[in-house]
Design a protein around this ligand. Structure first.
Ligand code: ADP
Length: 762
């Protein structure tokens, strides 16, 4: 949900306040107008909106709605109503908005209505005393008298109290209403003793209390003054002096320090009107915000790490086991050694979110760097500063964003790196990942070595095919092959639905999806290896529920198989029909694609001609070769059929939709389609196959068996032919899938023909 950061404000739950336009940034105003519910979350220090990071936010915030926006004298006035307090879980900072996931926290209501009433009265007295000397206080007083709750009072008066961010937060974070009221009363009393107003009220306090308050108040006042002095000091410093101070404090190694000092010197010489001023400023800003300090080593709590991984991801046992091993070794060695983990799999199989969990398990900061479409080496290694508009590369930019020197860095979509004329980004990346070299990685922009050896790298990719070999050598592939329907069911129940409910601003229990309905969503509304589509459908249901709850004033929305269609609309297209209605010349294959597995139909037809093959559809060269092998073989096998192959052309077509990545594995499917055409006999129903074919009729092994079998099961296939030599891989296949399919290993085309067409070949 959208997050609006606040700094010097005390906002409590269930109050109405007016907020002026200036308080928000332009982007925030747009965001608020678009989404009427948002979170107000206090931040630890006053910062530019663009430079916030997840750690700047306190972990407790408040739900809010902008109930109306009025236009007063050309300025917008927002009426904001706050709701319950929330505990912030994950914060996602983007350029022009911040989002967070959260859970509601409930106040501990340990204050009787009478006590609350008397606290409010006391508070009003103090508040009136505070404004005693303010000119025109009659109006303010009548305003004060209208306060109905302590929260309302505190929110209105919060700005006048001498509270720092920690103290404001302590009030917000306090669960007990009683304790919260005491904190508030305390702070207002302190305020009063600073001003030493209203003898009458002061007399109510004992002498001891008064002294204690006074001392506390003076201390506080001193602290404020000191801070203010510090700020004034800084304000009086010139930019160059300020940078000098920051460089001093940054703890850079010698070489970096020298470079920074050199740039600082030029910066001083250049002056603010010089044309290099901006570039030099940016550089100094960059190096002084980078973390140069070594982070304290945090011993790894393996049990806790395991818990974190289990909490955030269902299943994936092998992956988790391997991750924990890696964490243990990293912890013992003090740095990442051995291979870097590369998570591969279809979209939505949890690769990136696993990276996030690993960061949490290690108690480290998390940064994600998307490598998709990077063509220019400089995007990894930075531009030289002589270049106009020079910037640091993404790796160093990530380090800066993390604010530490040892984050968990997820290099996303490493297979989408493009290598082109502008150098080779992959070789730059190799340097980043190589433990021999990354101790002193030189970003061209930074121009001095930076130690990346403490960074914990994780890479993700859809497929390993396009990853250059040297990079592959540095990595260990951990494949996430997709989820079975049962796994998806549990993921939806335990993770996706609760999150979708929260994101839609609903409460637990306001949406219920019946078991059968959820199964239907999985089987008939999504066709995927991962769970992205499923997540989208659940989000859709929760949005629908939100509207129902508000419009119909219902208490709860129950999703059944009956109303599913109304909520989600049309089902996804199914291959069922095609699988059930077979005809001569058509066979069903299994392909491995970037999106997991897919079934594909291969269609063949004879036309008059001279023995040529015509191939259409989205086929690569390898697949064309497979088609030729299959045709040659078919001609040899069926030589004694009446067909005169020299007088006919054969047309092979693979309808679009599935874009197979691995051509050869369609070999036996091509052969089967041709056999079926030649023999004029349809292939058995709901049968699919995968296997490479040799010219001598042997079935050769293929890759991606788990993905292919899962795709077959999703599509409604009942029987699958797989290469004999892949039988060992069956261990990798979830029991649930193996049970639902009849899997027949085949070693020769004779077996293929027997199982698929029921014919005996010589
Ligand atoms: P990828 O990076 O593989 O494309 P993501 O990590 O973005 O996938 O995952 C997509 C969504 O699915 C995320 O919200 C993630 O939390 C959720 N998800 C994926 N796998 C699991 C799992 N095993 N348990 C719980 N949630 C999961």
């Amino acid at each position: 949900m959208l997050v609006i950061p606040v700094y010097d404000t005390l906002i409590l739950s269930n109050v109405q306040i007016h907020v002026q336009e200036e308080v928000f940034s332009a982007a925030e105003i747009e965001n608020i107008k678009n989404e009427d519910t948002f979170l107000i979350v206090p931040i630890r220090e006053q910062k530019e909106r663009g430079s916030l990071c997840a750690d700047d936010f306190y972990e407790i915030g408040i739900l809010a709605q902008a109930s109306s926006v009025t236009n007063a004298d050309g300025n917008l006035l927002f009426q904001v109503e706050t709701g319950e307090r929330v505990r912030i879980q994950d914060v996602f900072v983007q350029e022009d908005r911040v989002d967070a996931s959260y859970e509601i926290v409930v106040d501990e209501n340990d204050l009787s209505p009478e006590e609350a009433e008397s606290c409010l009265r006391e508070f009003k007295q103090y508040a009136e005393a505070l404004v005693k000397d303010v000119p025109g206080n009659a109006v303010i007083r009548s305003y004060i008298r209208r306060w109905k709750t302590m929260h309302e009072a505190a929110t209105n008066i919060g700005g006048y109290l001498a509270l720092d961010a920690e103290e404001r937060f302590a009030i917000l974070a306090e669960n007990s209403l009683k304790k919260r009221y005491h904190l508030l009363l305390e702070s207002i009393r302190q305020m009063l003793s600073i001003r030493s107003v209203n003898e009458e009220i002061k007399n109510k306090m004992t002498k001891e209390q008064q002294d204690a308050y006074k001392v506390a108040a003076i201390r506080k006042q001193m602290k404020y003054l000191e801070e203010e002095l510090q700020e004034l000091d800084d304000e009086n410093l010139s930019e160059a002096e300020l940078f000098a101070k920051k460089i001093e404090a940054a703890g850079m190694p010698e070489e970096a320090r020298r470079e920074a000092d050199r740039v600082l010197h030029r910066f001083e010489m250049e002056g603010s009107s010089g044309h290099e001023y901006g570039t030099l400023y940016d550089y100094l800003d960059f190096v002084t915000t980078l973390s140069w300090k070594e982070e304290p080593e945090m011993p790894l709590d393996l049990a806790k790490a395991r818990k974190v991984l289990d909490k955030e991801h269902y299943g994936l046992d092998k992956v988790k086991k391997r991750v924990l091993e890696q964490l243990a070794v990293t912890s013992l060695k003090g740095r990442q050694t051995g291979s870097i983990l590369l998570f591969t799999g279809a979209p939505g199989t949890g690769k990136t979110s696993m990276g996030h969990s690993i960061a949490e398990a290690m108690g480290r900061k998390y940064v994600r760097i998307s490598l998709g479409g990077i063509r220019d080496e400089a995007e990894i290694r930075g531009h030289r500063r002589t270049y106009v508009g020079a910037m640091a590369g993404r790796i160093m930019e990530g380090i800066r964003r993390a604010g530490v020197s040892n984050p968990v860095m997820v290099l996303d979509e490493i297979d989408k790196l493009a290598s082109e004329i502008h150098g080779d980004p992959a070789s730059a990346l190799l340097e980043v990942l190589d433990p021999e070299q990354n101790v002193s990685f030189v970003d061209h922009y930074l121009n001095v070595p930076y130690d990346l050896s403490k960074v914990f790298f994780i890479c993700t990719a859809n497929s390993t095919e396009s990853i250059p070999k040297p990079l592959m050598d540095r990595m260990e592939v951990i494949s996430l092959s997709g989820y079975t329907p049962v796994e998806k069911y549990h993921i939806a129940r335990k993770h996706l639905l609760p999150k979708a409910v929260k994101d839609a601003g609903l409460k637990k229990g306001q949406v219920a999806i019946q078991q059968k309905a959820l199964k239907t969503i999985i089987d008939e509304y999504t066709m995927e290896a991962g769970v992205r589509g499923l997540k989208k459908q659940l989000d859709k249901i929760c949005r629908y529920a939100a509207v129902q709850l508000l419009e119909q004033e219902q208490e709860k929305v129950v999703v059944t198989e009956q109303n599913l269609h109304d909520i989600l609309g049309k089902k996804h297209l199914h291959h069922d029909e095609a699988l059930k209605k077979t005809m001569p010349g058509v066979a069903t294959g299994l392909a491995w694609t970037q999106a997991g597995g897919e079934i594909l139909f291969i269609e063949t037809l004879f036309t008059k001609g001279s023995g040529k093959i015509q191939i259409t559809g989205q086929l690569g060269d390898v697949m064309k070769e497979s088609a030729e092998i299959a045709f040659t073989l078919a001609k040899a096998v069926y030589a004694n059929q009446k067909k005169d192959f020299d007088k006919t052309d054969i047309h092979i077509h693979v309808p679009e939709g599935a874009t197979p990545k691995d051509g050869p594995s369609a070999g036996i499917t091509l052969f089967t389609a041709l056999s079926s055409l030649i023999l004029e006999k349809p292939v058995k129903k709901q049968l699919a196959m995968t296997g490479e074919l040799s010219l001598r009729g042997e079935v050769l092994p293929i890759g991606g068996l788990p993905e292919k079998l899962m795709a077959a099961q999703r599509a409604g296939v009942k029987t699958v032919l797989i290469p004999q030599k892949n039988v060992e891989d069956l261990e990798e296949i979830p029991e649930e899938i193996r049970k639902k399919l009849t899997i027949i290993p085949v070693g020769k085309i004779q077996e293929v023909a027997r199982e698929s067409l029921g014919v005996e070949l010589p």
